[in-house]
Write a protein that binds this ligand. Structure first.
Ligand code: SIN
Ligand code: MN
Length: 274
């Protein structure tokens, strides 16, 4: 999938793009069916909420679950980012964020590149998130909040939050958020399962808690231009990957085909016919 000139222009202006219902319900079911299996596992890749039980973030499922490995090679997710950076990309981070009904907690305001740069030594903001909704995201179940245009600020001052977000994150103070919101406002993309968002590594974002009875699972692929790979290995490799192999896409129908495998990751798979 390629971005149009109008979409590229919109991305430069706002720092994000939203594609409602880009994936079908059948494609999302393949992934959603795997989520309880992943949550039932007790592995270091699964970070729990403060109650110690509710799954919050499952890292690196593309390295041990075939359906998510296929998602990690999906051309609708990978190709627009390759196009934008003009080079192959590798998987810097992969996470299933299950903001669970009633118990899913807040993500403070932050920029992902702030953490990638300070903690992982990523040289430039030549990495970005592609996110896909496995559940409907609505105004009640903890949608992502974006400050449009905030990516143009570059890396802004932040404090190292060691307590509120289950693992350390560089978060912005309220004065800076107020200043940015006065310029750009706040948007919260909402839509059915299968909707996709792409957002710039410097876009300021966060999300409120989920007080609703509806789960809100969003999967994030953080894709980095291969030439911009990280240079410090401070965080565990299931959080900041050290495998800089360029992602080889599968065919566009890879999620629903029984004869296509995503694992092992990485492989030298060649592109399948669509
Ligand atoms: C993130 O910003 O990395 C996650 C936020 C969310 O899933 O709500
Ligand atoms: Mn983030």
């Amino acid at each position: 999938m390629q971005l149009t000139p109008a979409q590229l222009e919109q991305f430069e202006r706002d720092g994000y793009l939203f594609f409602p219902s880009l994936f079908s319900a059948a494609e999302m079911k393949v992934l959603l069916d795997e989520v309880p299996r992943i949550y039932a596992e007790h592995r270091p890749e699964i970070v729990r909420e403060k109650d110690g039980v509710t799954p919050r973030t499952s890292f690196a499922a593309h390295t041990y679950n075939d359906a998510f490995a296929r998602l990690g090679r999906h051309p609708r997710m990978i190709e627009p980012v390759e196009q934008y950076f003009g080079e192959p990309v590798y998987m810097h981070q992969f996470k299933i964020n299950g903001k669970q009904a009633f118990d899913g907690d807040v993500w403070q305001w932050h920029q992902d590149f702030g953490t990638w740069h300070r903690d992982d030594g990523m040289p430039q903001p030549r990495a970005m998130n592609v996110a896909i909704f496995l559940d409907e995201v609505n105004e009640f179940n903890g949608p992502l909040y974006f400050i449009p245009g905030s990516h143009k600020e570059g890396v802004v001052a932040a404090g190292h939050d060691l307590t509120t977000t289950s693992y350390p994150l560089w978060t912005l103070d309220n004065d800076k958020v107020s200043e940015l919101v006065a310029k750009g406002g706040i948007v919260a993309p909402k839509g059915p399962p299968g909707s996709m968002m792409i957002f710039h590594g410097c876009l300021v974002h966060g999300s409120p808690s989920n007080m609703s009875p509806w789960d809100r699972v969003i999967v994030y692929l953080s894709l980095c231009a291969v030439s911009n790979h990280i240079t410090q290995f401070n965080r565990p490799d299931h959080i900041a990957h050290r495998d800089f192999t360029p992602i080889q896409c599968l065919g566009d129908d890879c999620l629903t085909r029984d004869d296509v495998r995503g694992l092992p990751w990485p492989t030298a798979l060649t592109r399948q016919a669509a």
